[in-house]
Design a protein. Structure first.
Length: 253
């Protein structure tokens, strides 16, 4: 089992789905509320890399991740409070720092461990297979990124475009007119086809298909004969990524 993929997943889980409004408010409004968030990172790092804990050097590695994550987030929050704004640049730089540290530490601690337990229950043994499966960890990370990270980028881009449109009202971009059918059956059929085809396609082709779908959300759509606008349909992105994820899980049976 790859250490990097598991530390990456722990970071993604703590930074996105588990960084709720309540936790974010604690981070912003208390002196060291960021420690709560860093503790969640540490807990999931331990849970996802449990077999590595028999090495004392790995425990030191976890402490480095915990301390560095706390310092980086603390500096980011102080900077955001000073400017009263969290730009997309700061957000991306923060993520690059976290992932860079995880990547370097994973290279330094170049060992592989597996969770080896034999239960009488077929279901529990099946869960252990998933736990040790790098492909499953990668796909789960990709699903969480598509559901949480990509919408954040889209919303930041939309806000920037709205500001640009207000300041440059005389410069109207040329819009591509693409009619979107309102029939939800088409979307459902597309997702079903995607789930089925995912079980037979190579992962690289699946990634290309999904990236192409994301790019399509940057195109100006014709909603009706009178209305043309750019649609950031996050629900479609989430449903599509879920369809791919389900297909990949079924593929690993």
């Amino acid at each position: 089992m790859s250490l990097f993929y598991r530390l990456l997943l722990a970071h993604i889980i703590a930074d996105f789905p588990l960084q709720t409004k309540q936790i974010f408010n604690i981070k912003m409004n208390t002196e060291w509320g960021v420690l709560l968030h860093s503790l969640i990172v540490l807990i999931f790092s331990v849970l996802l890399t449990f077999p590595y804990l028999e090495e004392f050097s790995y425990i030191l590695l976890l402490m480095i991740i915990f301390i560095s994550h706390t310092i980086i987030d603390k500096v980011k929050l102080e900077h955001s409070k000073k400017d009263n704004n969290l730009t997309i640049g700061i957000f991306l730089f923060d993520q690059i720092l976290h992932l860079g540290i995880i990547f370097i530490l994973s290279i330094i601690f170049n060992k592989n461990y597996f969770l080896n337990y034999n239960f009488n229950s077929t279901f529990l043994n099946y869960l252990i297979e998933f736990y040790n499966n790098d492909i499953f960890i990668i796909n789960l990370s990709g699903y969480i990124i598509s559901v949480f990270f990509i919408p954040i980028l889209l919303l930041h881009i939309k806000e920037k475009e709205d500001i640009t449109d207000k300041s440059l009202t005389s410069l109207v971009p040329k819009k591509i007119k693409i009619k979107i059918p309102e029939n939800q059956t088409i979307d459902k059929s597309y997702r079903l086809l995607l789930t089925i085809s995912t079980q037979y396609l190579d992962d690289k082709y699946i990634a290309i298909i999904f990236i192409g779908f994301i790019i399509a959300n940057f195109i100006y759509y014709q909603i009706s004969a009178e209305k043309i606008e750019k649609v950031y349909n996050l629900k479609r992105i989430i449903n599509t990524s879920l369809a791919i994820f389900i297909g990949l899980v079924l593929k690993m049976r």
